[in-house]
Ligand binder design. Structure first.
Ligand code: PGA
Length: 256
């Protein structure tokens, strides 16, 4: 049985006070969950939220970082700073980073390497745009993003890797992928991991789905064999909504 990860991504929302109130509200709501609740919070709230999460089952992490260890990079943040502030994981390659901030696969690959070698669980996001799916190029795009970001790494460096399949057209759009569309993409990623790094890496790497996940569609997605968890933007901003997804009852279909 694979683990189930439910990761909230708050994006550029919540002050320190707002996020502290959220933590106080959410901790009792998810304390008995079999899924693992993770929250990617703004940099400014990592310290206070990771302190608040001590003794709970919640992991606090970051939404981005730079690939360099340190240096003259005005406005950037390093893996070491995130760990020092209390982060246990980092998201890299989110579609908003790729498309708004023009991050490419090589840069994202260096961040994955930095995250994993700094002791951060590292969530690599990949996903195709709407036109790419229409043109039948989904797998080609996923392949380029996977190999672009992971090809310099060895199997023994991937213990703390998490993948997140987030079709760009589904993010914040109220148009989630169907469970079947997502499962097909996840299977493609799983097979690529197996061919590239071996069966053990493929089996232990959680593959999350993200894009317009709400409490009403979470269970149907999690029922799919290759969907090991969810990455949630909008619906993670409210503790009640996030906890309903974390606690949602699902039954994994064990045959494809
Ligand atoms: P959404 O965002 O749940 O609001 O669609 C998902 C994400 O950006 O990770």
């Amino acid at each position: 049985m694979r683990r189930t990860l439910i990761v909230g991504n708050w994006k550029m929302y919540k002050t320190i006070e707002e996020s502290t109130a959220y933590m106080q509200a959410v901790i009792p709501l998810v304390k008995d969950s079999t899924a693992e609740p993770w929250l990617a919070v703004p940099f400014t709230a990592i310290h206070s939220d990771s302190e608040a999460a001590k003794g709970s089952n919640i992991l606090v992490g970051a939404q981005n970082m730079n690939d360099a260890s340190e240096g003259a990079f005005t406005g950037e943040i390093s893996a070491k700073m995130l760990v020092n502030a209390g982060a246990q994981f980092v998201i890299v390659g989110h579609s908003e980073r790729r498309h708004i901030f023009k991050e490419d696969d090589a840069f994202i690959g260096r961040k994955v390497h930095r995250g994993l070698t700094s002791g951060l669980k590292t969530i690599l996001c990949i996903g195709e745009k709407h036109a790419e799916r229409q043109e039948g190029r989904t797998k080609e795009v996923l392949l380029a993003q996977l190999s672009g970001a992971l090809k310099q790494l060895q199997a023994d460096q991937l213990e703390n890797l998490v993948l997140a399949y987030e079709p760009v057209w589904a993010i914040g759009s109220h148009e989630p992928a169907t469970p079947e569309q997502a499962d097909e993409a996840h299977l493609f990623c799983r097979e690529w991991l197996s061919e590239t790094f071996g069966e053990a890496v493929s089996e232990r790497t959680p593959i999350l789905y993200g894009g317009s996940v709400k409490k009403d569609n979470a269970a149907a997605l999690l029922n799919k064999l290759h969907i090991d968890g969810l990455l949630i933007g909008g619906a993670s901003l409210d503790p009640a909504s996030f906890s309903q997804i974390v606690n949602c009852q699902h039954t994994k279909v064990t045959t494809p």
